[in-house]
Design a protein around this ligand. Structure first.
Ligand SMILES: NC(=O)c1ccc[n+]([C@@H]2O[C@H](COP(=O)([O-])OP(=O)(O)OC[C@H]3O[C@@H](n4cnc5c(N)ncnc54)[C@H](OP(=O)(O)O)[C@@H]3O)[C@@H](O)[C@H]2O)c1
Length: 256
């Protein structure tokens, strides 16, 4: 009897050029997945991640696309399907923060955050769902934030976008669960990346201090949710914050 090697699973990770997304790409590639990394501007950073994965024996490809642009998302998913004929895992990780008080927020600034953090995942989900439905298997993992539950001053647009993303997770999970597709959210606490370092510096916080996590702390959880072992987890938001939400008094904590 001959045993057939199952086809490699294919992952698409948005915002894979830096920070948490880059760590997720490295993790999924290390777990044997063909990994397609999506980024918006940082050509060199994206290429570095691809080279690193390839040098370690993995398979990775980079794609420049703005997740908030419907046409670019469609072309991106077409390119992945032309190459690998499948998308098994989608990680909606690309995100932006625009830290300012609501009273001082102009509509284009609000729109930019909402379009990237909420409309982007909507467009990406909609683009990959037909192939996941055909496969009767899929994993969608959305990256939200602890700031949904504890937004600091200046984070209203960001927290609203991530709260919307968590609601999108639950709604979509209820629509496609019976088709073998799992949709879950990971909500990180404060993670040391390009997104948080400037803000932490401005607030006089040290990112080397207690309560700060590393991108790899999030990548491990995403790696698990991408496997068959996570089959019974559906429509959930799983917090990975080193205990910040439960341990600190509200007044001394800023979530990101
Ligand atoms: N760091 C934290 O403490 C923290 C906490 C909670 C949640 N999160 C969430 O985790 C995710 C990753 O955060 P991070 O700290 O790793 O961020 P980061 O270091 O600032 O990286 C952001 C990534 O998103 C990409 N991106 C931004 N807008 C995009 C767009 N319109 N289209 C395509 N790609 C786009 C960037 O691409 P370029 O490199 O090309 O610019 C980059 O790869 C975000 O959703 C963030 O909200 C972060």
């Amino acid at each position: 009897m001959t045993s057939q090697t199952p086809p490699k699973r294919v992952a698409v990770v948005t915002g894979g050029s830096r920070g948490i997304g880059a760590a997720i790409c490295r993790r999924l590639a290390r777990d044997g997945l063909t990994t397609h990394l999506v980024y918006r501007d940082a050509d060199e950073a994206a290429e570095r991640v691809v080279k690193e994965i390839t040098a370690a024996g993995g398979h990775a490809f980079s794609h420049k696309a703005d997740v908030s642009d419907e046409t670019q998302v469609r072309h991106l998913v077409d390119r992945v399907l032309n190459q690998d004929e499948a998308v098994h895992i989608l990680v909606n990780n690309a995100g932006v923060i625009d830290d300012r008080l609501l009273a001082l927020t102009k509509l284009p600034q609000w729109d930019h955050v909402l379009r990237t953090n909420l409309s982007g995942p909507f467009l990406m989900c909609r683009a990959v769902l037909p192939v996941m439905l055909e496969q009767s298997w899929g994993r969608i993992i959305n990256i939200s934030s602890n700031s949904v539950r504890r937004p600091g001053p200046g984070q209203t647009a960001y927290a609203a976008s991530k709260g919307g993303l968590e609601a999108l997770t639950r709604g979509l999970a209820s629509e496609v669960g019976h088709k073998g597709i799992r949709v879950n959210t990971v909500a990180p606490g404060a993670i040391r990346t390009d997104m948080t370092t400037p803000l932490a510096t401005r607030l006089g916080l040290s990112t080397a201090g207690m309560g700060w996590g590393l991108p790899e702390d999030i990548a491990g959880l995403v790696g698990f949710l991408a496997t068959d072992d996570a089959d019974y987890i559906q429509g959930q938001t799983i917090t990975a914050d080193g205990g910040r939400l439960v341990m600190r008094p509200r007044s001394s904590t800023t979530s990101l």
